[in-house]
Design a protein around this ligand. Structure first.
Ligand code: S3P
Length: 461
């Protein structure tokens, strides 16, 4: 008889400790970052693109809806087939660089920072008026970081509260190329400028002192667009994007590999659950995304990867095994951008490692879907983890035999509306043996990984 370790009640879940050992093989949905870019760049390609395994998370469906609103025909493939995977196959009828239409109403960017910032760059190049607005979390995320470079390119763009936040209003067209050094390590800012650069007069050069995820570069190159990436001697890169390239953008056929950031929760479960092992198939293994694997290897975890394809993105299988003697580490700050979305689940892993883990240089965690430093300190504290908040990170004194104080059970936790906090605390609840955790506000998980609980149940039931 299997026991239900997850009990749902409206927007809450009660999680019990897992006592089963498992050996599992799973797949997770298509990568969210790549799915956004595939829809955006497919929409302005010259012809039809076929995309397989697109993420159908709330964030990505918001991008599909946004481009439909801009006049692009985006169809689901294999309508008659009912299999789960065919629901994720789409055909995009690209309209070319100048085929987007002025939207008749506000574009809803939902919870998605990637959609908001990337589409703003594209709209800045288009000669029409548009407004971008999302949910209460999105409309509190900083936008000056894109408004400043877009204005330098000549865009007319403004935002709420003196250009700090969305809603954003854009009157596009007439852009010039720039040289721009991105002041914060952000692939969203870099990609925003790159998409605006497609419409600018002349070649735009972007410098980032620490190279961030390069999916925009990879997809543009795959589409035959002239983009040059040169590594700088100090670990950064120069990206040159040609403006108004007469050759246009080629349409493409692309099977999107699984999302590493979704896989990370199962990597954590496999490493922390006694005598267990998990293989995650067909996952993106782009090294600007897999900093978590580097950190785990430094901690002594048993992690293996097999690369199976390299274009337009490196992808393959990841296998992890229960690692009973992982040790705390001082995380080298230079790998922070390569694991920026994995800190909530990394903090859970560090909580069960032996000794101290220190993370610094991670200020960007303060401006994600929630202030992820505060959110994790609150939740891990509540279950008895010795965690200290630092201005730009955190410090955890891990304990492989972590137990909650009996008082106040079940422990009441809060996702703060942040999908990755919610999923990380579900994993913590399965590993923690003596306590039930009640996590509230879990519907946000749908923004990135609606299949999370089904995938989890396929392993733990
Ligand atoms: C993303 C970039 C990162 C990441 C986000 C997705 C992207 O954000 O945290 O989840 O797809 O470009 P920043 O650019 O703000 O670091």
């Amino acid at each position: 008889m299997t026991q239900d370790l997850l009990k749902f009640n409206n927007d809450k879940v009660l999680v019990e400790g897992l006592s089963k050992e498992f050996s599992a093989e799973i797949e997770v949905p298509g990568d969210k970052s790549i799915s956004h870019r595939a829809v955006m760049l497919g929409s302005i390609a010259d012809g039809n693109s076929s995309i397989y395994n697109l993420s159908v998370s709330g964030d990505n469906l918001a991008t599909v809806a946004a481009f439909r609103k801009l006049g692009v025909n985006i169809k689901k493939q294999n309508k008659k087939e009912k299999s789960a995977s065919s629901k994720k196959d789409f055909i995009i009828e690209g309209v070319g660089f100048y085929g987007l239409k002025e939207p008749k109403s506000v574009i809803n960017t939902s919870n998605s920072g990637t959609l908001t910032r990337l589409i703003a760059g594209m709209l800045a190049g288009n000669d029409f008026f548009s407004v971008l607005s999302g949910d209460k979390y999105l409309n509190s995320r900083p936008m000056r970081r894109i408004i400043e470079p877009l204005r330098l390119m000549g865009a007319k763009i403004s935002g709420r509260d003196g250009d700090a936040y969305p809603p954003l209003a854009v009157s596009g067209g007439g852009l010039q190329s720039i040289f721009y050094e991105v002041p914060v390590p952000s692939a969203q800012v870099k990609s925003c400028i790159m998409l605006a650069a497609l419409y600018a007069e002349g070649d735009t050069v972007i410098y980032e002192s620490k190279a961030t995820r390069d999916h925009t570069e990879n997809l543009l190159k795959f589409q035959g667009y002239p983009v040059i990436v040169e590594d700088s001697s100090s670990g950064g890169s120069f990206i040159t994007v040609k403006g108004r390239y007469a050759g246009g953008l080629n349409p493409f056929d692309f099977r999107i590999p699984g999302d590493f950031s979704s896989a990370a929760f199962f990597i954590a479960l496999g490493i922390l659950n006694k005598n267990s092992e998990i293989t995650i198939k067909n996952i993106i293994i782009n090294e600007k995304r897999t900093g978590l694997l580097k950190a785990l290897k430094m901690m002594g975890a048993d992690v293996d990867t097999v690369i199976k394809s390299t274009s337009p993105e490196t992808a393959g299988d990841i296998r992890v095994k229960y690692s009973d003697s992982i040790k705390g580490i001082t995380l080298p700050p230079e790998i922070v951008p390569d694991m920026i979305d994995e800190f909530p689940v990394f903090a859970v892993i560090a909580s069960f490692a032996e000794g101290k883990t220190t993370v610094t240089g991670a200020n960007e965690l303060r401006v994600k879907e929630s202030d992820r430093i505060k959110s994790m300190v609150y939740n891990l504290n509540a279950i008895g983890v010795d965690i200290k908040e630092l201005e730009d990170g955190f410090e955890i004194n891990g304990n492989p035999d972590l137990k909650c104080a009996e008082k106040g059970l079940p422990k009441k936790l809060n996702s703060f509306g942040d999908h990755r906090i919610a999923m990380s605390m579900v994993i913590a609840g399965l590993i923690l043996k003596n306590a039930k955790l009640e996590i509230k506000d879990i519907n946000c998980i749908n923004t990135s990984f609606p299949e999370f609980f089904d995938t989890l149940n396929s392993i733990i039931k």
